[in-house]
Design a protein around this ligand. Structure first.
Ligand code: ADP
Ligand code: MG
Length: 508
């Protein structure tokens, strides 16, 4: 045993599918160690194991040669490990100081009340030592994303952790904020802390990391000092072999334009967005978290309002100021969060399937749908889509994820929609059901619908889409036809390769 932090033979599966398989590597004390890999590579899962959130099925973690018990977040903290997760864990209604000391609150002797003054002083000292310029008395809800990030870091350091893990800390930050984060990581390193840093952004990694470990599909690929790596080499390690194109969709023959977007802009989210979507085409939107594609799609669906730009549907200019406008113009939207917004969990399969389609259409025309018609529709759809349910009145929440998704997609077949926006339509769905979802997608396009789809799994994007637009920092940086699809190309556009100014602007 040699390293400071040693990860040995760690495996973890979810519902029988490996998220991590026999991972072993070492992390040196006082280093900045980047962990890289495509979406779904297992990075966050590994970090959650180190942070005591998940327990490994197999394997061990050693610190200074001593085996660690990491059964809970408290255990991890005792072991000196703090994790700053992708999703923040701050409470907006509490102040900065209260959030930082949420666990070890200084108690006032006697009454057992919280000593606010002491808390604020401690927070101030801590923030100053980190060169973070935030007032400890401000409510967290009033902070910007990057300030929240800084508070998360301060919170992690309040426990005097030796090992700080940051899971994609810059995904939501702008250029200046990235620069201050890089600075912060350097400060931590100077103080002798060990930083495990997850990012897709090559530039940052080259600016900060001493060592890089690459994971791919839950397996360990390599650990190398940054001096032995180039951007291309990292991309190659992340991607592995090119995927088998045999399952890929046949070349799509372009039909007429159904949707045209011109110079669409929303300040701080996306700008200069112009593209055309054709009938029957599946246009994939690629890019990393925070690249602006989802915000752009939200604007097309009326969830947010663009500042400027034009949207054209079948040759006529349209205005989309609300979701109602979007639906009215024949745009539909499928989110990646079925539980939250897609399905009505307590309604039946039958009701979910036909609800937004027939029922609403008929209501508009002034009469209600008979249950019998609904049932017929369901039977037809279920047959077409191979949806498995016990009986039509079964609550949809008890169906498998794949079958739920089929219900959601299926009900769009019943509508006369023109453009279908979908975010991660196959997230959390097993391989078999995925194939069926692809088939359904093809069916939707055969009916002439144009599809705008976000897949964070690049293999899927390559398999399913006819063309891809790659977003980086709110702009389209690349357009790739299916014949030219390859992961390296997509990744380098998505990483803003050769374009990004980040840490190099600050020299220390
Ligand atoms: P990364 O952070 O590299 O993008 P993750 O660690 O989040 O990857 O995910 C690795 C794999 O584990 C993915 O296939 C993901 O779907 C799966 N996974 C992660 N967390 C869970 C969970 N709580 N339940 C089921 N599957 C999960
Ligand atoms: Mg992750």
């Amino acid at each position: 045993m040699s390293g400071f932090l040693e990860i040995r033979h760690v495996s973890k599966s979810f519902y029988g599918v490996f998220a991590l398989k026999d991972i072993s590597f070492d992390i040196e004390k006082g280093s900045v160690h980047a962990v890289m890999g495509e979406n779904g590579a297992g990075k966050s899962t590994l970090m959650k194991i180190l942070g005591g959130v998940y327990q490994a099925d197999k394997g061990e973690i050693f610190i200074r040669g001593e085996k660690q018990k990491l059964d809970s977040v408290q255990d991890a903290r005792k072991a000196g490990i703090s994790v700053i997760y992708q999703e923040f864990n701050l409470i907006p209604d509490l102040t900065v100081a209260e959030n930082i000391f949420i666990i070890d609150t200084p108690k006032k002797t006697g009454l057992g009340l919280v000593d606010k003054k002491k808390q604020n002083e401690n927070a101030k000292k801590l923030l100053e030592s980190l060169k973070i310029n935030i007032n400890p008395k401000v409510l967290v809800g009033n902070l910007s994303v990057s300030e929240k990030q800084m508070v998360e870091i301060a919170k992690a350091l309040a426990h005097d952790s030796e090992i700080i893990i940051m899971d994609e800390p810059t995904a939501a930050l702008n250029d200046d904020e990235v620069v201050s984060l890089c600075q912060m990581v350097r400060n931590l390193k100077e103080q002798g802390k060990t930083v495990i840093y997850i990012s897709h952004r090559l530039k940052e990694v080259f600016d900060m990391a001493d060592t890089v470990t690459v994971l791919r599909d839950g397996t360990y690929v390599a650990t190398k000092p940054i001096s032995e790596l180039t951007e291309n080499l990292i991309i190659k390690l992340m991607v592995g072999h090119e995927i088998d194109g045999s399952k890929a969709r046949k070349s799509y023959v372009k039909r007429e334009v159904v949707l045209k977007v011109k110079d669409l802009k929303k300040a701080g989210m996306f700008e200069d967005v112009s593209f055309e979507l054709h009938k029957g085409e599946i246009l994939g939107l690629a890019g990393l978290m925070g690249c602006g594609r989802e915000e752009m799609l939200s604007a097309l669906y009326g969830l947010i309002k663009a500042d400027s730009g034009e949207i054209w549907m079948e040759g006529s200019r349209i205005q989309i100021n609300s979701v109602k406008d979007a639906i009215h113009k024949g745009i539909c939207f499928l989110t990646d969060d079925r539980k939250d917004s897609g399905i009505l969990p307590l309604m039946s399969v039958q009701e979910n399937m036909t609800m937004i389609s027939i029922r609403n259409l008929r209501k508009k025309l002034g009469f209600y749908l008979r249950s019998q018609d609904e049932l017929e529709q369901l039977n037809t759809m279920a047959g077409v889509m191979n949806i498995k349910y016990a009986e039509p009145s079964q609550k949809i929440t008890f169906l498998s994820g794949g079958n739920q998704q089929k219900v959601l997609l299926g009900r769009n077949l019943l509508l006369q929609n023109k453009v279908f926006i979908m975010l991660e339509p196959t997230r959390g769905i097993d391989v078999g059901a995925k194939e069926e979802i692809y088939k359904l997608l093809r069916r939707l396009t055969q009916e002439g619908m144009g599809v705008l789809a976000v897949f964070s799994d690049m293999n899927e994007l390559i398999q399913v889409c006819d063309r891809a637009l790659v977003f980086w920092q709110g702009r389209i940086t690349g357009e790739i036809e299916r014949e030219e699809f390859n992961k390296e190309k997509i990744l380098s556009y998505a990483a803003g390769k050769g374009r990004r100014k980040s840490c190099e602007t600050v020299q220390v």
